[in-house]
Design a protein around this ligand. Structure first.
Ligand code: FE2
Length: 224
């Protein structure tokens, strides 16, 4: 099974309580994908690494695209590896950061990832301590995404992002952030030009189905 869930924000209760009952049936064949704001590697301290070591004992694989609450300096400290066809940072033996603009094949399904979002509270956070400018994609990441989408014939089963296309943000009842316009516009371009089955995104802290293709996800777990 491929399982999708939303922002976990480094909350230990997410695994200890919320996922505890469901994960009993998950095996080493299953992959849980978090749609950004994973945040179990944020302070990069002893306690976070202790919890990551506990997550490493889970039978299933845990993946995440990046959100706007990740320690990008820490993520980039891990070697870039190829996993299931796309670039990752391997945080533990079963924990992977799915990098931007990548295609992964999991259980025969193609998954395209493009994490990142703009923090509206960035001015209250401290750079390299609690805020990282890499939260927004750089030109090379947009270019790599475009190249990979072309290489895969603009067809994919699932899209996993943190934020969403402009139109989808508005359909959810939110006002798009002008500082995120380039990213939302790029996702909008994907929405128009790529053939995909479903799109899962976090960021908005909502469990809501916008339509049959677009799913804002937070605490729910969608199984495919
Ligand atoms: Fe979040």
């Amino acid at each position: 099974m491929i399982l999708f869930t939303g922002d976990t924000h480094g909350e230990e209760s997410r695994f200890y309580q919320i996922l505890a009952a469901q994960e009993k049936e998950w095996t080493e064949k299953d992959t849980l994908i978090v749609t950004g704001d994973f945040q179990y590697l944020f302070r990069d301290d002893f306690w976070e690494h202790k919890f990551l070591n506990e997550l490493e004992r889970k039978r299933y694989t845990i993946c995440f695209c990046c959100g706007n609450h990740e320690n990008f300096d820490a993520l980039e400290g891990y070697e870039t590896e190829t996993w299931n066809g796309g670039k990752v940072h391997r945080i533990r033996n079963n924990i992977y950061h799915l990098m931007r603009g990548q295609f992964f094949t999991i259980e025969g399904k193609k998954i395209f990832t493009f994490g990142g979002a703009h923090s509206i509270d960035w001015y209250m956070r401290k750079e390299h301590i609690s805020w990282w400018r890499q939260e927004m994609p750089c030109p090379q990441e947009y270019a790599e995404a475009r190249e990979n989408l072309k290489r895969h014939g603009y067809v994919v089963d699932y899209i996993v992002t943190h934020t969403a296309p402009t139109e989808i943000i508005e359909a959810l009842g939110f006002q798009p952030d002008p500082d995120e316009a380039e990213l939302n516009g790029f996702l909008q371009e994907i929405m128009r030009g790529v053939k995909y089955g479903e799109w899962f995104f976090g960021h908005w802290h909502r469990d809501a189905r916008v339509d049959d293709k677009h799913r804002a996800i937070w605490f729910d777990v969608e199984k495919r």
